[in-house]
Design a protein around this ligand. Sequence first.
Ligand code: GDP
Ligand code: GDP
Length: 457
Amino acid sequence: MQRITPERVDVMPKKPPLVAIVGRPNVGKSTLFNRIIGSRDAIVDDQPGVTRDLKYRPTDWNGKPFEIVDTGGIFGPDDDPFSKAIQNQIERAVQACVLIVFVLDGRDGPTPLDHEIFNLLRRTHKPILCAINKVDNPRIENEVIASFFELGADAFLPVSSTHGLGVGDLLDEIVKRIPDNTAQFEDDPPGIAILGRPNVGKSTLLNSLCGSERAIVSPIGGTTRDPVDEVVEVNGKKYLLIDTAGIRRRSKMNQGLERYALKRNEKALDRCDLALLVVDGVEGLTETDAKVFRLAKDTGKAAMILVNKWDAIHDKTEKSAGEFAKKIREDLPFLHYAPLEFISAMTKQRLHRIFPHVERILSDYQFRASTSSLNQLMEGIIAHNPPPTHHGRSARLYYSTQVSTAPPTFLAFVNDPDAIHFSYERYLMNQLYQHFNLEGVPLRLFFRKREKSKENQ
Ligand code: GDP
Ligand code: GDP
């Protein structure tokens, strides 16, 4: 029987605070971004709007970690098929960030578009740092800054991204304005990952839930980009939808596809609180599905099962749905706590049924039992069915405590952890599931030997 000490199941790592670089095309956002992250992996080009994708990179300054996103051209030319999607993505990046770095071109002075963007950014009530870029000659610095006063911003910092001038000062100001970690983390929307093997409909679902056409479904072939997370708001609550599917060069995806897809699933799982596990309703459940879904359980994430492509299933009676659900329950017994819905990501049928579950699951995921009610409950459970002897040893459970939430994790102090038989452990777990009645939430129970000194007391 595997026993893991509670030290190993500590709280999840949190994302660092996000800083968004925003500005009209060609002011030097990518160049500045590259300077800050210290590499040249964003595309820099003289053509406006060439940086099409949002790039997120973790970085730090003076020991303070943060994540930075390059939002590319905010108002691309009208004929740009990506511009609508990009605008949505920028909006979301700005929504998710704690600080905006608004980049201006010192050579042009403030343009009407700068005014327009600045007014939009101000409405977010997020702190804004104005970086006047392309001030390659420090001697004209004051003159250039003065020409931007009409914008009415609080502070302007001159930088030259190509020469690196002023970038250190800008970073000083950035980290100064990033609020304390705790405040930021509490405000982070919970992360939801859409998991499943290729072609079950993850991208379609993500797009339907976002309610916008993202660059990802663009018909233009051979496009690649980094995963982009989307913040959505449902019933006044914000959620971060983590992009699992990403975009891929379809021609290059063949036999390596599944392994690649699994890797992406794992990465997305790392960052989420809740996994939406998508099954292809036409093809039915496969072993790969089960493998992916087990990861969600093993990593302690909350889960919900979605049977997709319901529109394409001919026999859509209550009975057939019931039978389908029954089969899934039989094949995925380890996910007994996960609610299940039939949906069509494509026609959007029944998608409204997802978020009420999501809301409940995320709240249940944070469930905390008081030590006294937990012990009262455990006493009852144990009295009803005391632990049998195992390998000639008799087990004694003393008291229990909840060591963490997300997922709720319990620690039971016992005389001898090896004296608890697996079937008794399962009995205790089943009872906890039944009593707490938490939707979509895996529970964890660990046993620990009670210290000798306490045992003698
Ligand atoms: P973006 O569209 O805002 O991301 O702008 P880019 O980073 O692609 O830069 C647009 C152009 O401005 C490129 O030709 C850069 O080399 C140039 N550029 C960026 N920063 C500076 C700078 O500090 N000084 C000068 N002289 N040119 C710069
Ligand atoms: P992903 O690889 O999991 O991201 O899957 P996609 O979203 O790319 O979808 C794979 C295929 O299934 C596409 O041809 C979609 O049009 C199709 N598809 C996705 N959702 C549905 C659905 O609800 N009903 C039907 N009939 N087809 C769907």
